[in-house]
Design a protein around this ligand. Structure first.
Ligand SMILES: [Zn+2]
Length: 69
């Protein structure tokens, strides 16, 4: 008999990496140089260093400066 009463420990703050070409939306920054971009469709290659790994930038609910182009 299995007892599944133990509560799982919360996972550490794991920062997933997003690769170039992955469908994404929101703010990301390059994992290499930290260059920040706002993504609406999919992740590009970093224009600064050419890197292809991104981290999602922490979302701040009080920041509401949308850029509609
Ligand atoms: Zn970069």
């Amino acid at each position: 008999m299995h007892e599944i009463s133990t509560s799982r420990p919360a996972p550490d703050e794991y920062v997933p990496f997003w690769a170039t070409g992955a469908p994404a939306k929101g703010e990301f920054h390059c994992s290499d140089c930290g260059y920040g971009v706002t993504i609406h469709t999919k992740l590009p290659r970093c224009p600064m260093c050419g890197g292809g790994a991104w981290e999602q930038t922490e979302w701040h609910p009080f920041t509401r400066d949308r850029q509609l182009t």
